[in-house]
Design a protein around this ligand. Sequence first.
Ligand SMILES: [Zn+2]
Length: 320
Amino acid sequence: MDSVYEDVRSILENRRIRSEILQEQKNEQIRKENPELDKIEQEIADTTEQILLNSLDGKSSEDLEGELRRLNRKKERILATCGISMDEFEAKPYCSKCGDTGYIREEGKDGSEKVTLCECIRTLIAPVMINRSGVEKYPDFSFEKGSDEFFSSDPRMLETYTKLKLLTEKERIPNAVFYGRSGKGKTFTAVAIARRYAQKGRSSFVIRLAEAQELMMEHRKMIQAFYTPADKERAVERKVAYLSQADLLVLDDLGVEPRTGNTEADLLNLLDTRILAGKTTIITTNFDMESLKDRYGGRFFDRIDRNFARFHFSMEGTRA
Ligand SMILES: [Zn+2]
């Protein structure tokens, strides 16, 4: 997305270097007492490199792999005479899950490789994601703030809420419309989901739908204008990018925005871009489905009807 990943990568790189330096300091004495260690480590490095080159050429390295195992056993024996294990001799990464690369590679059942972000990188990114997400405008809207109790008077509503909470933990929130009269916890739940995404280092963005439309309109005007001040241009560009690229976008309060042909086209365009990119959008609205159909009809309603799961927020409550 942008420079935040560069910053995080350099933090990880520094961690790697630091743990190598620390380990080298510890190992110096052992190396002094066992000069043959250096020679074996050099042989191990050369052999490993040759195996890599062979694999790039598509050649087999069976004999070299045998040699590598022999060298490693020899190294282990020498270290054992000093009373330390191979593990203790190797530089230990700050994060053992990813070896400070920030990524975890897993092989799927079909043999395909799946690359996921490691917890450690998510923790580093989280504060930036929270800051961008816009959830700080709603400090009390979070899964941690006793909301289970809030929904507990209505078993059906509590079930919906619990389901959404679980899906958020698994990061499998579908495109969704939260609908129902105001004061039933729609925005609360949507913001709590967006907050959880950000806490886990994923990008999310909460914005009132009317504001999002304004932003897109401004962006359109900017493109047509001869001149826009650079800092304003950057701010608008950045926010418009969040709209289309955030892993989760919450468009709050559909139905109160001013409507023109252009704004509706912008909105449709945004939804299509996000659906195509497999990004999740949550729309909240005080209107029920019938009223939305009457109000929008056509392509916009069709998009929601086909691609969005519906969650009815209906219990007697007090929260917006
Ligand atoms: Zn890690």
